[in-house]
Design a protein around this ligand. Structure first.
Ligand SMILES: [Zn+2]
Length: 261
């Protein structure tokens, strides 16, 4: 099986470690960032000497350490860049652990156009300006082709997407507020990844009990709640319906972007 991990930060590094040890044959590792010293407490198997190294290189080293037989393809690019998109279209499953709207949009497009399932794994720790911690939640969202998508479920913000698709030098000027690093805590990342990979394991081993169960799992650890949430679908969606981009493969927008110079 060929599995792609988009985003190799706190969540992505745990995904890579576990997928390697589960015996996945081929891993595609996508991230354009370098390791920062602030990442170290939550980056699995990262060392102080890794600061400044590309996250793809550190992830590949750790994957090979966890399983010397895993084949590795590293793509030190943003996911919306054509080299990365091309690798995603050749994968069997995609894990999305990058929290940008551009990443959501393009992974969603690959899912719908190439009929490849994906799981988004995210952790949100909202902090008010006064430093109050709000309702922490983790989301493990299954994105299945044709049954509702990120656009139908209002998980992509058009303004953010437009800003993120600008060239790097224009991107920061276009923001009202410069990006602030979001808090991230290892046990919460582990909780979300645990849900994602347990589902992946059961689904690929055909042990998932109900084939119609395509729900997402939301945890609210402060109140110790776990909810299942089904995706909504809008009839007129231009991405996840047969009248839209569903199954367009090499005739879709992703293919056009991959082919563009
Ligand atoms: Zn849709």
């Amino acid at each position: 099986m060929r599995v792609a991990v988009v985003g190799l930060g706190g969540v992505g590094s745990i995904l890579v470690e576990e997928l390697s040890r589960l015996g996945v044959g081929e891993l595609v590792l996508v991230d354009d960032e370098a390791v920062d010293a602030t990442n170290l407490p939550r980056l699995i198997a990262a060392e102080r000497a890794d600061v400044g190294q590309p996250k793809t290189r550190v992830a590949a080293r750790n994957a090979a350490r966890a399983n010397p037989h895993v084949r590795l393809i590293t793509v030190p690019r943003r996911v919306e860049q054509r080299e990365a998109l091309r690798e995603l279209t050749l994968s069997d499953w995609i894990f999305l652990a990058a929290d940008s709207h551009a990443a959501r949009h393009w992974v969603n497009a690959v899912v719908q156009e190439y009929l490849i399932p994906a799981t988004q794994v995210g952790v949100k720790i909202p902090v008010t300006q006064g430093g109050e911690i709000g309702q922490i939640h983790t989301a493990t969202r299954l994105i299945t082709p044709g049954i509702g998508c990120f656009w139908c479920n209002r998980l992509i913000d058009r303004t953010e997407l437009a800003v993120e698709m600008l060239p790097a030098e224009e991107r920061e000027h276009a923001r009202y507020v410069a990006g602030v690093p979001a808090p991230s805590v290892l046990p919460l990342n582990t909780l979300a990844v645990g849900e994602a990979l347990t589902h992946f394991l059961l689904a690929t081993a055909m042990l998932h009990q109900d084939d119609r169960d395509l729900g997402s799992v939301i945890h609210r650890p402060r109140s110790r709640e776990r909810h299942l949430q089904d995706a909504r679908q809008e009839n007129s969606c231009r991405w996840c319906t047969a009248a839209g981009s569903l199954g367009r493969g090499d005739h879709g927008e992703v293919a056009m972007r991959v082919a563009s110079a």
